[in-house]
Write a protein that binds this ligand. Structure first.
Ligand code: UGA
Ligand code: MN
Length: 253
């Protein structure tokens, strides 16, 4: 099966650095199709070059966050949900392309997380939805579900809003692509409470806790970390033209 790896990405000083690191992780993964959605008016040629250099199958599209929902660089990160319109654009792409897509799984992999190659092997065996621990998230060294003896999920260890139907991070699950086709209206939304994007999505797919297939050695291993790149402090503010024309790329040969 194919892994459809969906990454929203937005401009900031470290964007290219984060994308290079991610691209070099993904380049080594067989049967992976990278769907990269830029939060911008147009796709950037220099980001297209990063994609091409991976020699992966990829889809490069853009979906700009509406200005009312766009956070400023200085805003606290929890202020508004991120990646909503970009992930929805990817879901739309998947649904329109489906007849030509292969059997596979869909994973929402953000551009600044850290992925162990072993995560991808775990995903390929997903029948409906897989779940695994995520490192350094929600104030914990790892958020991980606890399992019953029969391997199904009994509860989640999240400290933040544990009352959520699925108190997990976006990086903690992947779903079979067939669920996306079978539930055509399901998407991310600005009208759900903070922290409920994952629950909203999984509930939309009609999933329940007992549907989740525990991966990563019965959820005892961490193969993905919610690392976050430190916000860059620049002495000279980036000019608009640098942002638009990518003159920030002094890419070495
Ligand atoms: C956490 C989760 O890990 C994300 O999956 C979730 O989208 C986010 O919270 C949320 O609450 O919305 P966090 O590290 O706080 O992640 O979020 P970011 O890494 O800042 O953003 C998630 C993704 O959206 C990244 O790939 C980022 O490049 C992208 N993004 C961010 C945009 O496309 N546009 C933006 O304006 C900001
Ligand atoms: Mn992040």
């Amino acid at each position: 099966p194919m892994i459809y790896f969906v990454t929203p990405t937005h401009f900031r000083p470290a964007q290219r650095a984060d994308l290079i690191r991610l691209s070099q992780t993904l380049a080594q993964v067989p049967n992976l199709h990278w769907i990269l959605i830029e939060d911008s008016d147009t796709t950037s040629p220099s980001i297209g070059e990063i994609l091409k250099r991976t020699r992966l199958q990829f889809t490069h599209i853009n979906a700009k966050t509406t200005s009312k929902k766009k956070m400023k660089y200085s805003d606290p990160s929890w202020k508004l949900p991120r990646g909503v319109e970009q992930r929805n654009a990817a879901l739309h792409w998947i649904r329109t392309q489906f007849s030509s897509l292969r059997r596979g799984v869909l994973y929402f992999g953000d551009d600044d997380n850290t992925y162990d190659w072993r995560l991808f092997s775990e995903m390929r065996t997903i029948k409906k939805a897989g779940i695994w621990p995520v490192g350094i998230v929600g104030g914990l060294l790892a958020e991980a579900p606890t399992l019953f003896d029969n391997g199904s999920v009994s509860h989640f260890n999240a400290l933040w809003k544990p009352e959520r139907p699925f108190p997990i991070d976006m990086a903690a699950f992947a779903v079979n692509i067939s669920l996306i086709i079978d539930h055509p209206g399901v998407e991310f939304s600005y009208s759900v409470p903070r922290g409920y994007q994952e629950s909203h999505f999984l509930q939309g797919l009609n999933l329940e806790k007992f549907d989740l297939e525990a991966k990563a050695d019965l959820c005892t291993k961490v193969y993905v970390w919610h690392t976050r790149t430190e916000k860059s402090v620049l002495e000279k503010p980036l000019e608009e033209k640098v942002i638009n024309f990518e003159e920030a790329d002094f890419a070495p040969l």
